[in-house]
Design a protein around this ligand. Structure first.
Ligand code: HEM
Length: 408
């Protein structure tokens, strides 16, 4: 008997129904089609994410070819620490509120304005998929008119990195985007070197590592990393937080009345429906885990989605329970949290604070602008994705705000 086939259509439709089987009956198993070892228990996944002999070497074949160079996710030691400082600076820091928050508020309000008078919205295509890319392209310093192109880029790059089935069309599309990015960025980087501004592009043009300025190719890798890491993940976090609130009217009412609860609802949504379900690691030596033994030299698939629902870590794990004892919303957006949704250890998500703020602003504004927000009768709530996972659609309706009538 084999463990669940993570490449099957049934698994894509509903991985959750396989997670219990994985944790109980196949806590460490070799997935024959890919040759990787799959682990799913919270203790094992948390350990593989942060402790030796597990390493991030697999990003060398998963990310590097399509990103065009070494990504922060595969770095170690001093190099990793330097790039965390460089890439992290624009995403956090003491002046984050003044520098970044007004832009997020504006980006969210602009999207809501387009549908708030209508009474219905498909939240994925009209809001959630745009908000992160609109925010990131402003921060990076990319032209507003090209946002649809940036969205197409990051989706193609993610698809390439998730292409365990080796689909040749997906592989070709990712490589084509890499070349397109190189040509697109060349004049833009020349311009920023001549006329630097306050954006991330300018900061990367100024940055030095070991006494040398970053090359165009290196800058491209980091931009592509920020787009892919912050894009679909935040899309999923926004939409799942709204979905879970609408499925639980008592929590929606409480959150309407007390907006400080949004972090709690968001954190529990990250546990129940994490934006990242699968992360790869490499076992540099043979290692014995709670669930079994992994041979030296293996690629390891860490199933975050299953770990976040492990009853050994979270009571009643398949239920949306934002007040559960194991959850501390103040810590869940830091490496000290109980979830593995943002990873663990030194590669803990660099954008967790940014994601927290974005979801907070988005949920606040949606609840303010769309009275009586509810799921449409036609809403299906189907998800897709093996590495990053999100709703296909989120059809909502609400009572449009009445405009004051103008009498002449
Ligand atoms: C709810 C939203 C998000 C989730 C669930 C998420 C999840 C993750 C996870 C699981 C990792 C660890 C990968 C690993 O260990 O192999 C990670 C790393 C990372 N994330 Fe996020 N992420 C989110 C939002 C963002 C945002 C908004 C940004 C930036 C704009 C971002 C940038 C990064 C970067 C740069 C890394 C690599 C850190 C390193 O290797 O040191 N993420 N993220």
């Amino acid at each position: 008997m084999n463990g669940p086939d993570i490449l099957s259509a049934a698994y894509d439709d509903d991985p959750y129904s396989h997670y219990e089987t994985m944790r109980n009956d196949f806590p460490v198993y070799r997935h024959e089609p890919t040759g990787m070892y799959v682990i799913s228990r919270h203790a094992d996944v948390a350990r593989a994410l942060k402790d030796p002999p597990f390493t991030n070497e697999c990003y060398a074949w998963q990310a590097e070819p399509v990103m065009g160079g070494r990504t922060i996710t595969q770095m170690d030691g001093l190099e990793h620490a330097s790039y965390r400082r460089l890439l992290g600076a624009p995403l956090r820091g003491p002046d984050f509120r003044r520098r970044v928050v007004p832009g997020i508020e504006q980006a969210s309000a602009e999207l809501i304005e387009k549908f708030q008078d209508r009474g219905d919205v498909e939240l994925m295509s009209e809001f959630a998929t745009w908000l992160p890319i609109n925010i990131m392209s402003t921060l990076i310093g990319l032209p507003e008119a090209d946002r649809p192109r940036f969205q197409r880029w990051y989706l193609a790059l993610i698809a390439h990195m998730s292409n365990l089935a080796n689909d040749p069309d997906v592989a070709a599309a990712g490589v084509a985007v890499r070349a397109e990015m190189t040509a697109y960025l060349r004049p833009l980087l020349q311009d920023r070197r001549a006329r630097p501004g306050g954006d991330i592009l300018s900061a990367l043009c100024r940055a030095e590592f070991e006494g040398a300025r970053l090359t165009d190719a290196q800058i491209q890798v980091h931009l592509a990393t920020l787009m892919t890491a912050g894009g679909d993940t935040t899309v999923s976090a926004i939409s799942n937080t709204i979905k879970n609130l609408l499925l639980h009217p008592e929590h929606l009412r409480a959150t309407m009345a007390d907006r400080s609860l949004i972090d709690r609802m968001h954190a529990e949504s990250l546990r129940l429906n994490p934006p990242v379900h699968l992360i790869l690691r490499y076992a540099a030596e043979e290692v014995r885990l709670d669930g079994g033994v992994i041979p030296a030299g293996s690629t390891v698939g860490c199933v975050l989605g299953a770990a976040n629902r492990d009853p050994a870590r979270f009571s009643d794990p398949d239920v949306f329970a934002p007040y559960r004892d194991e959850l501390d919303p103040g810590r869940e957006f830091t490496p000290a949290g109980s979830l593995v949704a943002f990873g663990q250890g030194r590669h803990f998500c660099l954008g967790a604070g940014m994601a927290r703020t974005t979801v907070n602003i988005a949920v606040n504004q949606l609840l303010d602008a769309l009275p009586d927000l509810r799921l449409a009768d036609t809403a299906e709530l189907r998800e897709t994705g093996m590495f990053t996972r999100r709703l296909k659609k989120l059809e909502l309706c609400f009572t449009p705000k009445a405009h004051p009538t103008v009498t002449v």
